[in-house]
Ligand binder design. Structure first.
Ligand SMILES: Nc1ncnc2c1ncn2[C@@H]1O[C@H](COP(=O)(O)OP(=O)(O)O)[C@@H](O)[C@H]1O
Ligand SMILES: [Mg+2]
Length: 180
């Protein structure tokens, strides 16, 4: 199993935290929720961040991920892993047993950019297997996507499970990429 792709958060996000996220008023309602999560040793549910391109979904998810790394290292909390959805799909394509081992190895899954350009059959299968395995093992799942899970073109059983184990938040705002 090639493991080097997994756990690699792009260096661009190394210094992105909740503290340097600019909160437009439409997003203030979930500021306390995310800050509260950062104080907890264990999470009962994961978080899904959805919204338009450039509004800061990966920024926020990477902040939560780094917080979990910190808890894991300092306080022996559950072990998180970061992966982009496209890397995950590529890994699964190379190695059929990848997902099973992957879900066994970690406790909290941070999956960036699910189905950003519409999912093909292969991607839908990867997502379904990932969610079913995480659900069955009672692990924590977090994600970003341009689309709400209600609009993902996947098996309804996937979305049902996600609703149960994961809170979805719509991030609002104008693209920061344009503004900079
Ligand atoms: N509200 C914000 N406050 C501070 N920086 C932001 C904000 N929204 C976006 N950014 C920055 O803009 C860039 C693009 O954000 P990113 O998280 O990649 O967007 P998305 O994942 O939603 O497409 C990143 O460098 C990010 O840190
Ligand atoms: Mg992103």
């Amino acid at each position: 199993v090639r493991k080097y792709l997994v756990g690699q958060l792009s260096g661009r996000f190394a210094d992105k935290f909740l503290e340097n996220f600019h909160w437009v008023k439409e997003n203030l309602w979930f500021k306390d929720l995310l800050e509260g999560l950062c104080e907890q040793k264990e999470w009962e549910k994961g978080v899904g961040l959805v919204g338009d391109v450039g509004v800061g979904k990966t920024h926020l998810l990477s902040a939560l991920y780094k917080n979990r790394v910190w808890w894991s290292v300092i306080a022996g909390g559950r072990v998180p892993v970061w992966v982009t959805f496209s890397d995950l799909v590529a890994e699964c394509y190379e190695d059929k047993s990848f997902l099973r081992e992957f879900v066994e190895m970690y406790d909290l899954f941070f999956v960036d950019d699910i189905g950003s350009v519409g999912m093909d059959l292969r991607e839908m299968n990867v997502l379904r297997e990932l969610v079913f395995r995480i659900y069955d093992k009672s692990k924590v799942f977090c994600y970003t996507s341009n689309l709400s899970r209600d609009n993902w073109n996947v098996d309804e059983r996937v979305v049902d499970r996600l609703r149960e184990i994961c809170v979805e938040i719509v991030v609002r705002g104008k693209s920061f990429r344009e503004g900079m």
